[in-house]
Design a protein around this ligand. Structure first.
Ligand SMILES: *Cc1c(COP(=O)(O)O)cnc(C)c1O
Length: 326
């Protein structure tokens, strides 16, 4: 059905807003099979990697692009560590708009670049950091030709907050005690805080960022200067958000456990929230939701580093079964 049709009365859309959709939202809330038991928690995973382009970015992007269409824009522009670009490009193609995408050269997972190219966006690989790409994007958008669809666009935050409404519904109308998610630029943190406020609930909300923000292996949260830092700091001061620093080795370990112990293949950055949960001392039995922001097929480099390769064998039963552990 899509986020706009489903949550129309809770979004800044009107009768003139096109009902754009690629079928985003309505992602599964999966009950943990093993990790929750080990941690002594009632643990659930909101798998946002199941969105049409494979990340939560689709929830906000559909609203931002529909509003750009409504405003009569010719094109959209964004800076991206990958998933914003994949999402912006797909929704631009769906809407019949042009998309200009700026990303830090060499720092984006190849599958995300492929997704963006495939749907016809114009890509510019900036010889610089994400933060430099972002600054240029804002300057170009100010000239008025392109609508900025980074999370500085408030329609992105509005669309992203809808994940909260789904989580409460999926828990049978209950609020989770704790919710954890990765913190890159902070747009999603701001969106979830807004969603909780609108639902009139305040779970303990944990925003997990990399210890080494500028160099972490989790490329989707490799952002040295979060664009939403002031809003996040205000939420922290109000006691509504708790930032937690997580080390790359802990992100990697929990990412592998999600795959091997739960069968959920997300991208490494998505495991940051769970890494934070695993290092905190929490009330036993607490209902915890970890938001898994993107799909594992987005960033397969880590798989090659951390899992065994296929074993070459002869086409005989003996050769195939030699060394097999089960
Ligand atoms: C964008 C993204 C993040 C970071 O979200 P922010 O809103 O920038 O904090 C985390 N994980 C994935 C997979 C992403 O695409």
């Amino acid at each position: 059905m899509g986020v706009i049709a489903r949550f129309r009365d809770r979004l800044p859309v009107g009768p003139e807003t096109p009902e754009l959709t690629l079928g985003e939202g309505d992602t599964p809330l999966i009950a943990s099979k093993r990790i929750g038991e080990r941690l002594g928690l009632d643990l659930h995973f909101k798998f946002e990697g199941m969105n049409p382009t494979g990340s939560f970015k689709d929830r906000g992007m559909v609203v931002a692009v529909a509003k750009a269409m409504e405003a009569g824009a010719d094109g959209i522009i964004c800076a991206s560590t990958g998933n914003t670009a994949s999402s912006a490009a797909a929704y631009a193609a769906c809407a019949g708009l042009r998309a200009l995408v700026l990303y830090p050269a060499g720092a984006v997972a190849p599958a995300k670049v492929a997704q963006t190219r495939a749907v016809g966006a114009e890509l510019r690989a900036i010889q610089g950091s994400f933060d430099e790409a972002m600054r240029n994007c804002v300057t170009i958008a100010e000239e008025g030709k392109y609508v900025l669809v980074n999370s500085l666009n408030p329609n992105r935050i509005e669309g992203q907050k809808t994940a909260v409404f789904e989580i409460v519904e999926q828990l049978g109308g209950r609020a989770p005690d704790i919710l954890a998610l990765p913190y890159g630029g902070g747009g999603n943190t701001v969106a979830y805080a807004k969603g909780f406020q609108e639902e009139g609930i305040q779970p303990r909300m944990i925003s997990a960022h990399a210890v080494e923000r500028g160099t972490t292996m989790a490329s989707a949260i490799r952002i040295a200067e979060p664009v939403h830092i002031h809003e996040v700091e205000a939420l922290v001061a109000e006691g509504r958000v708790e930032p937690v620093a997580v080390a790359d080795e802990d992100i990697t370990r929990m990412w592998l456990e999600l795959a091997k112990l739960e069968g959920i293949f997300c991208e490494p950055s998505s495991a940051a929230g769970l890494a934070a949960i695993a290092q905190l001392d929490l009330q036993p039995g607490a209902t915890v939701v970890c938001v898994l922001t993107g799909h594992g097929l987005k960033d397969t480099a880590a798989v090659e580093l951390h899992t065994p390769e296929a074993v070459p064998v002869e086409p005989t039963k003996e050769s195939i079964l030699s060394g097999v552990s089960v």
